[in-house]
Design a protein around this ligand. Sequence first.
Ligand SMILES: *Cc1c(COP(=O)(O)O)cnc(C)c1O
Length: 408
Amino acid sequence: MSGFITRALHTQARVKDANGALRMPIYENAAFEFNTAEEIDDVSIGKRVGHVYTRSSNPTVENFESSVKNLTNSLGVIAFSSGMAAISTAILTLVKAGDSVITTKYLFGHTLSFFQNTLSSFGVNVKFVNILDEKEVEKACDTSVKLIFLESISNPQLQVADLKKLSALSHSHNIPLIVDTTATPFYMFDAKRFGVDIEVLSSTKFISGGGTSVGGLIIEYGSFDWKKTENLKPNYSQAGHFAFLHKARKEIFQGLGAVLSPTNAYLQTLGLETMALRIDRACENTLALAVWLQEKREIKNVNYPLLKSSPFYDISKKQFRYAGSILTVELEDKESAYRFMNRLKIIRRATNLHDNKSLIVSPYFVIYPFNSHEEKISLSITPGLMRLSVGIEDMDDLKEDIEQALGS
Ligand SMILES: *Cc1c(COP(=O)(O)O)cnc(C)c1O
C-alpha cells in the first residue's frame, strides 16, 4: 500500500472498534475507566498503552495522529487545538529565556506577533533576517540560536526559500529547522527530503476538508540528533531519539492544554481522505486563474509562485508538487480593492484559507491591523493588495465573478 490516497483511506486504528465501525467513532468523553487501580498506574507511567484522560490522549485524536504519521513516514505526530498551538508548542519546546531564534518577518500575522511580542517578553531574542539571504542567515547563527523558523510559502507575500540550502546551513550549526507548511501540506511537499526537521501546520486549512474545524499538527521527522541539544537533556536521557516529542507532548502540550477536541479530530481525519483530490483541483484552478488574471489590464499586479514572472518559479517547481492555492492581486488603492471585493458574488469575503470555497481578504486591514503602515509597506503589504484563496469551484464561474466585479 504505497499510494497517498490509498494510505489516507486505509490507515488501521490501533485497536479494532468493539462494534466493527468502519470509521473511528467520536470518543467525546473526558476520562477512561480501568478494571484495577494497578492498570491505571501502568498506563499513566507509559508501561501499558491506553488512554486515561482526553487532555493527554484520546482514541479519536490518536487515530488522526496515526493517519498523519502513516502518510508522512515520520517519527511522531502531535495534534493540537489550532495551528497557533502547534507553532507555539514547537517553539517553546526548544527555547528558554536567554536563547535566540532566527526567523523572518514574512510570516502569518499571529505567528509574527508571537515572535515579536510573546516570545520577546519571555526573554527570548528574536533575530529577524532576510531568510532568502544565506549570508545574512549564516551571520545570525551562533550558539545562542535554538531554531530557525519560516513558512514554506510565506503568507501573503508568497516568498519561497531554498529549503535544502537553508537546512544544510542550519544543520552545519547544529540548529533544527522548523517549517510551517500550511500552504503546502504533506501531499504537496516532502518535508523530510528537503531537510525539514519539524513540520508545523494549521490543519484548519487544507486538511479540515473545507473549513470545518480549527486544528494544528506537529510532525517530527527524526532527522535531527537531539543528543547535543542542551534544553532537551533530561528528555534525551529518558526518551533518546524521541526527546523532542517527549518534551513537546508530556510537558508543553500538557501544560498549555492545547488539546484537539475528538469531534474536530473526526472531521479532520475525514478531511485527510479527500485532501489530495481537493488539493489537485484547487491548485490547478489557482494556476489557471493566475495566468488569466495577468491579462486583465485593471489589475496592477498578480502574484503566484508558478507564474513565469515570479522570482520563485524555479525553486517552487523543484520543491513542491504545486505551489499552493493562494494568489494575490493588487489594485491601485483601498477604494478600488474594496469596491472589487464588495461586488463579488461567488468568491466570499472571509479570512480563512484552503476552504473548498474561494475566499478573499485584505491582508493590510484584516491580517495585520496592529502593525504600522511603514512596517506593512516594508513587508510588501499595500492597502490595495488582496489575498485570494482559490477553491474548487468551476473555473468559468470564478472567471465570470471576477469579470463582473472588475467591470465599471
Ligand atoms: C492559519 C495559519 C496559521 C494559524 O493556524 P490556526 O489553525 O488558525 O491557529 C499559521 N500559519 C499559517 C501559514 C496559516 O495560514
